[in-house]
Design a protein around this ligand. Structure first.
Ligand code: FES
Length: 104
């Protein structure tokens, strides 16, 4: 699916995302240096924080307690916050817009 990624400077680009990989892997391997993803996807660093598209929140898997706790440590959390390493890319995400959260 095509996913629109907004980087930390506010620039938008379209990413040709691969299904079956996580959103974090897709964004990181798409060349976005803003998404640090320091723990490599183990849900322990919160540097893969994104603000998801409000219109697509119901297409996402439920948040685990670990993800919720990690997001709580961010000053930039809002109701659309997710850790992108916890989101598998599916065709249901076609056309959504994901904003990389500012660093804490
Ligand atoms: Fe570390 Fe997602 S990459 S929590």
């Amino acid at each position: 699916p095509q996913i629109i990624v907004v980087d930390q400077s506010g620039a938008e680009s379209t990413l040709e995302a691969v299904e079956g990989r996580t959103l974090m892997e897709n964004i990181r391997d798409g060349g976005f240096d803003d998404l640090l993803a320091l723990c490599g996807g183990c849900c322990s660093c919160a540097t893969c924080h994104v603000h998801f598209d409000p219109a697509y929140m119901d297409k996402l898997p439920e948040m685990s307690e670990d993800e919720n706790d990690l997001l709580d440590s961010s000053d930039h959390r809002n109701e659309y916050s997710r850790l992108s390493c916890q989101i598998p890319v599916t065709s249901a995400l076609e056309g959504c817009k994901v904003t990389i959260a500012q660093e804490d």
